[in-house]
Design a protein around this ligand. Structure first.
Ligand SMILES: O=C(O)CCC(=O)C(=O)O
Ligand SMILES: [Fe+2]
Length: 340
């Protein structure tokens, strides 16, 4: 495997810039059914919708963290492959990809209404491929050769996600297992692992490389090693950096959680810009696990517990299924491109 650009080998995140005050949740306490930690997690979900999940101090968390370091090394090798090889899995031509899974070349999506092109490359590998729910989509040999690593990572990420969904479920006062049963590993869903990279830019080109968005699934588990991720803190329109913290994943809630809870939980807007300070000279990588409700789940408010106390809107809800919603949202930026 190639070099692992671990924290120690990278220029540090500057100390003199403002960072978002994400709360740190301890996975080991969640695993030990710590009631106080569960309540803190619920508060994170209601207030910012982003938190650090400290993975250290428990076997499951450390396994996720070390698999993430190994995947980072693989990711680097993947993006270093010749373009022809990555293009084997091009999302626009890959059979079964729905224009979404597989490889997206640099600048191939649109970030805003002005038609600005992104500044990153990305590769999405479906959970259903990884765990054998569906016939694998074609991919470069490097990816095929590392199935076991993807499998270990996806199973572990999904299990930690189910743990957190269970806590949200119980804190919401929903019937036991409601949220977990909408995210079963063996049911087809839009869950996927994402490799994402952005090269350093010359000073005049620096700025946004992935436009402002909310994630559209349930929970997102993110690893990044350089700064660049920014959030808009609630009630502000400023962008604030999220500092990467060694040993922690950054977790955020997506739009499905907002829909399920009629707005009680928050999916916060975020974007990616050039890393700050000396980090701007480096290639940036991130590794993401996106969890989404199973394909057939209608995205609408659930009944029960605290959700019943949320106000009702007069406009009828558009009850798209998770799969319809992903296709609609995921392809929206390409629709803009087609009109250019
Ligand atoms: O690269 C990051 O830090 C964030 C990526 C992200 O927000 C996404 O892929 O949805
Ligand atoms: Fe995101």
């Amino acid at each position: 495997m190639g070099d692992v650009p671990s924290f120690a080998s990278l220029p540090p995140f500057p100390n003199d810039i403002e960072t978002a005050p994400l709360v740190t949740i301890e996975l080991k306490k969640l695993l030990a059914n710590d009631a106080n930690e569960a309540a803190r997690l619920f508060t994170c979900g209601k207030e910012l919708g982003f938190y650090y999940l400290n993975l250290m101090g428990c076997e499951q968390g450390e396994r996720l963290f070390y698999d993430a370091q190994r995947l980072l090394s693989l990711e680097k090798q993947f993006f270093d492959l010749p373009l022809e090889e990555k293009a084997l899995a091009d999302r626009d031509t890959l059979k079964g990809a729905n224009g979404y899974y597989g490889y997206k070349g640099y600048g191939k999506s649109i970030m805003d209404a002005k038609g600005t092109r992104d500044k990153h490359e990305c590769f999405n590998l479906k959970k259903d491929d990884i765990v054998g729910n569906t016939e694998p989509l074609d991919s470069p040999q490097l990816i095929k050769d590392n199935r076991d690593l993807f499998r270990s990572y996806a199973l572990n990420a999904q299990s930690i996600i189910i743990l957190m969904l269970g806590i949200f479920n119980d804190q919401l006062g929903l019937p036991a297992g409601t949220l977990q049963n909408l995210h079963r590993l063996k049911a087809e869903s839009g869950d996927h692992v994402r490799f994402l990279t952005a090269p350093p830019q010359p000073p005049e080109e620096r700025g946004v490389n992935a436009g402002a968005h909310t994630d559209f699934g349930s929970l997102t588990v993110l690893f990044n090693w350089l700064g660049g991720l920014q959030v808009q803190l609630p009630g502000t329109t400023n962008w604030t950096y999220v500092r990467p913290v060694p040993g922690c994943a950054i977790v955020n809630l997506g739009d499905a959680m907002v829909k399920f809870t009629a707005g009680l939980l928050r999916s916060n807007i975020h974007r990616v810009v050039t890393p700050p300070g000396r980090q701007a000279e480096e290639t940036r990588y991130s590794l993401v696990y996106f969890s989404r409700p199973e394909d057939t789940v209608p995205l609408q408010r659930l009944k029960g517990g605290l959700i019943d106390e949320q106000p009702h809107t007069n406009t009828p809800e558009e009850a798209l299924t998770s799969k319809q919603w992903i296709l609609k949202r995921g392809l929206a930026n390409k629709m803009v491109a087609l009109r250019l």
